[in-house]
Design a protein. Structure first.
Length: 235
């Protein structure tokens, strides 16, 4: 009888697994700068990317020559992804890459991987320093940023409510949107007058213009999609 009971349970579990949907993830590498161009980008109001944003030998450069470049955004929105890139900031510079960028009550906002000259620019709170989720999460003790004028390796990972920032091979920020720590930090941030900030889990990417010269290279953008496999047929 004991053997029969275990066998019945095993068969029941097999049946449940057969009827339950299975989940998988697909990853697609997207070229953010096809043919070394800004064809996938525009200004926030949909105009062509200004000439102050340049691409030379695979390096994206916001120069200070001529008109101000302004913030530029991808034409497409993205939800879950991994974005690796190198950055170099000018001395005393301030810039960053924003993601899940959306309009909140006529303000264009998103999470920002802060790019900042921590030693040469004015002193700021740790949650506004290089690698931070700007004004929300400060980098941990693993952070080891190279100085202005030198290349740093960075990565952003966004999967559902989970966010990660990496710098020079180290994970320096982790966050979970909507948990108690998030709620506390959000309430103390500059975004606290936008109740839905960050709760919509998709949006555009943005290269910011905060008035400083900045360089990027080696972008690798992997979009992650949940795919639901059909249930196994029981005949």
């Amino acid at each position: 009888m004991l053997y029969s009971t275990y066998l019945d349970r095993a068969l029941l579990l097999l049946g449940l697994f057969a009827w339950c949907p299975t989940w998988a993830f697909s990853q697609e590498v997207k070229d953010l700068f096809p043919n070394s161009s800004f064809s996938a980008w525009s200004t926030v109001d949909g105009k062509p990317v200004p000439a102050s944003w340049k691409i030379n030998d695979g390096v994206i450069h916001l120069s200070r020559d001529g008109e101000r470049g302004g913030n530029i955004v991808t034409k497409e929105e993205y939800a879950d992804f991994s974005l690796s890139f190198d950055f170099k900031i000018a001395p005393k510079g301030n810039s960053g890459i924003k993601y899940r960028v959306r309009t909140y009550d006529n303000r264009t906002l998103g999470f920002e991987y802060q790019v900042y000259d921590d030693t040469g620019a004015k002193k700021v709170a740790s949650k506004n320093s290089t690698g931070a989720i700007y004004d929300l999460y400060e980098p941990n003790s693993e952070k080891a940023a190279k100085p202005a004028g030198e290349w740093n390796e960075a990565k952003i990972v966004a999967r559902g409510t989970k966010l990660e920032h990496w710098l020079n091979g180290k994970q320096i920020v982790t966050a979970t949107i909507g948990d108690s720590d998030w709620d506390k930090r959000f309430a103390e941030s500059k975004f606290n007058d936008r109740e839905r900030f960050g709760k919509t889990l998709h949006g555009r990417l943005m290269l910011t213009d905060h008035g400083s010269e900045v360089w990027y290279r080696n972008f690798r953008f992997e979009v992650v999609t949940d795919t639901k496999a059909p249930a196994v047929s029981q005949k």
